[in-house]
Design a protein around this ligand. Structure first.
Ligand code: PMM
Length: 252
């Protein structure tokens, strides 16, 4: 899954053209799916309003779909998910797992589309204050199981789970969860992992800036592929696509 973040810190004012060109590059590099989002979820980020999120996301979804791309929409708002799916998106990636908007799960059920439910404890502005666990693996598994059951109970048939690395989690929590991929895949649904360029990789690499964390990201892709993870969500696709093929070649 290649990341197309349509946010001012990713693309300048000419964002439509730039974001679409970026999406095409990710497809050429081997992405099977493009994840288009208009709201930054970095720790501390403020929310964007609905009109702004729609204005960022919908034209990019439409342009990529019109050219034949498979697109998921990265949003916590049912209204944005509905508009993106009307524009041709075929999957909803909700970092809140249905907690941010009560209309999200019924909407995705009605559309009968696949749904990514990520582990989440609150919006980005103050989520790191919720990075408190006695047993991070047990608690993430419990809370993610509850979101799985809510999504299935709402009538969504195809539910993907995601441990939400970096969301109400510190670096130790992220590494502990990556060590526990077998327990997470044991929740009985396909698993998505999003480690790409995240701060815990920068911390491991002595403060390396985000753009220089792609080799570490590809190393996580190897671990994820070996653990049977369904997909990784990455900024730089080529190395991760190669990593997946290498793991496949040595997997009986
Ligand atoms: N991470 C970000 C945004 N959306 N969606 C899922 N399912 N999983 C993630 O880990 C995830 C996500 C934040 O990362 P970015 O700002 O680098 O896109």
């Amino acid at each position: 899954m290649g990341i197309v973040n349509v946010t001012p810190d990713s693309f300048s004012d000419a964002h439509l053209h730039d974001a679409v060109a970026h999406g095409w590059r990710l497809l050429a590099d081997g992405a099977d799916l493009l994840d288009v989002g208009g709201e930054s979820t970095r720790p501390g980020a403020a929310r964007v309003d609905e009109a702004e999120e729609l204005a960022r996301v919908i034209p990019v979804v439409r342009a990529l779909v019109d050219e034949g791309a498979a697109v998921s929409v990265d949003t916590t708002r049912a209204s944005v998910a509905a508009a993106a799916c009307a524009a041709g998106a075929i999957m909803v990636n909700d970092v809140s797992g249905g907690l941010a908007d009560p209309e999200m799960l019924p909407l995705v059920a009605a559309l009968d589309l696949p749904y990514v439910a990520m582990h989440w404890r609150g919006h980005s502005a103050d989520m790191q204050s919720r990075a408190v666990y006695d047993d991070v693996v047990a608690e993430v598994c419990d809370e993610l199981s509850a979101r799985r059951d809510a999504a299935l109970g709402a009538g969504i048939r195809d539910v993907v789970l995601d441990p939400g690395l970096g969301f109400a989690k510190n670096a130790d929590h992220n590494w502990t969860l990556l060590r526990a991929l077998p327990q997470l895949t044991g929740l009985g649904r396909p698993l998505l992992v999003g480690a790409s360029r995240k701060a815990f990789l920068g911390a491991l690499l002595d403060g390396r800036p985000a753009a220089d964390r792609d080799a570490a990201t590809a190393a996580i892709t190897v671990l994820a592929a070996q653990a049977g993870v369904w997909a990784v969500r990455v900024h730089e696709v080529a190395a991760s696509a190669d990593a997946v093929r290498v793991v496949a070649a040595v997997t009986p």
